[in-house]
Design a protein around this ligand. Structure first.
Ligand code: UD1
Length: 422
């Protein structure tokens, strides 16, 4: 297995460009299942999760043109004209939970689908009950057997659906299903993440009628068929936020090109409270640090609250900040595994249920550490950037799921980082 070695102590300076958003790209690529016509995508990041999605879609019979993408153009074309299989296997769904998102589109267009249930996950239980409840309200018959969900419907119909939690995945699955349903669907207490708005924008380019994405209530007027489209994926706000921390923690000066400050409000406000100097304009965000970092408290919440996907990165910054910070995780029940690895590097983090008390002003020192999930893995690299000596991060396949060309990008900013291939 590959390892990444970081030699700490370098200030990061220069310019880095944000890649396309993984979490926006996954559902929007899957939305190609809703039409027989070609769907063209730009700014698709070259990530393990995107390869898994293409494997999944290719296995269903979707034609994939990725010649340009493989050469780094970030353009892809998908065409679901001859879908020959309506099943997502356990192997794929366990590798990437977002595979479950094929359930809604397949049921809506073909009247049936068989998708493995995702099972457990390192960061929490992550059930799919809300996805299923919504599809049932739209008239799908749902059966569980042998670890799979089987959904059938002659044609889905519009429904009023209330989500007990504003689940990102459930909102996406149901939005896609509702585009081809008969009548109007309302998703209440919908997730409001920018990725939901990006999916709505793509569905509308396909001829869908989706309104209210980005608010609590998404309204979808079903249509009989959808057509091909061309769409540029939004920049990745979590990757951008990770570079913000990289610059701040090393006392650097980095221009993060393409970062959209409006997608990172809660996060950027916290960083300013911590003393980081930010200049935001429509082209990106410049991050500088003049003095010391101050501790701030953080609670993760659904968007527009502080993103759970930036919690691990923030914990590293708080480990070197002046004072004590309390970080409360409200989205996932087991998302502090990075804390134990950070402790091995000299951080002082005390875990109390869903709260982490971080005692700052620590001098981190490099150590061999292990990535436990995607965002934990970048937090260890961030810690390595500021630690004395070398940090060796193993299990970097987690990192490769969500950070495109990360060593190249950090190296171009002056970091000393290398990948050791197994
Ligand atoms: C998405 C993101 C992930 C991010 C998360 C929260 C993608 C591919 N992944 O994951 O990076 O961390 O949003 O911002 O976009 N829940 C239920 N029942 C359900 C569905 C969810 O109880 O049917 C719960 C989950 O267990 C979790 C919470 O709702 O506690 C939020 O999950 P959800 O918003 O669905 O996250 P994902 O879509 O899986």
């Amino acid at each position: 297995m590959d390892k990444i070695i970081v030699h700490g102590g370098k200030k990061l300076t220069g310019e880095v460009t944000v890649s396309g958003s993984k979490n926006a790209a996954l559902p929007i690529l899957i939305a190609s299942l809703l039409t027989a016509e070609p769907c063209r995508y730009q700014r698709v990041p070259n990530l393990a999760d995107i390869h898994t999605t293409l494997k999944l879609l290719g296995g269903l019979g979707v034609k994939i043109d990725k010649q340009g993408w493989a050469r780094g153009t970030s353009e892809l074309t998908l065409q679901a004209e001859a879908v020959s299989k309506l099943e997502a296997s356990y192997d794929l769904v366990k590798t990437m939970r977002a595979s479950f998102l094929v359930l809604g589109p397949l049921t809506a267009r073909f009247g049936q689908a068989r998708v493995s249930t995702p099972g457990g996950c390192a960061i929490g239980a992550r059930p799919v009950n809300l996805h299923l409840k919504g599809l049932e309200a739209m008239g799908a018959r749902i059966e569980h057997s042998h670890g799979y969900i089987e959904a059938t419907a002659v044609r889905l119909h519009g429904a009023k659906i209330y989500l007990d939690l504003p689940s990102v995945g459930a909102t996406e699955n149901l939005m896609m299903a509702a585009t081809l349903a008969e009548g109007t669907t309302f998703i209440e207490n919908a997730a409001k993440e920018p990725e939901i708005e990006d999916l709505a924008s793509a569905l509308n380019k396909m001829g869908g009628r989706v309104r209210g994405a980005g608010t609590d209530i998404v309204q979808i007027d079903g249509v009989d068929s959808l057509h091909g489209f061309s769409h540029e994926i939004i920049p990745d706000r979590i990757e951008a936020g990770s570079f913000v921390i990289a610059s701040a923690i090393t006392g650097g000066d980095v221009w993060i090109k393409g970062a959209r400050a409006e997608h990172l409000d809660a996060f950027l406000i916290k960083l300013q409270e911590a003393g980081v100097v930010l200049s935001c304009d429509p082209g990106g965000i410049r991050v500088q640090r003049n003095g010391k970092i101050k501790s701030v408290d953080v609670t993760t919440l659904p968007y527009p609250g502080f993103a759970t996907d930036l919690q691990a990165q923030m914990m590293v910054l708080m480990s070197v900040a002046d004072g004590v910070s309390v970080i409360t995780e409200t989205i996932f029940e087991n998302r502090f595994m990075h804390a134990l690895e950070l402790d091995r590097m000299g951080a002082q983090i005390q875990l109390e249920g869903n709260r982490a008390v971080v005692r700052g002003a620590r001098e981190l020192s490099g150590a061999p550490v292990m990535a436990t999930d995607l965002r934990a893995s970048i937090s260890l690299i961030l810690a390595g950037l500021v630690a004395s000596g070398s940090t060796e991060v193993s299990r970097v396949y987690h990192l490769d799921r969500g950070y495109e060309y990360i060593e190249e990008k950090l190296s171009s900013l002056g970091a000393q980082i290398e990948r050791v291939r197994a």
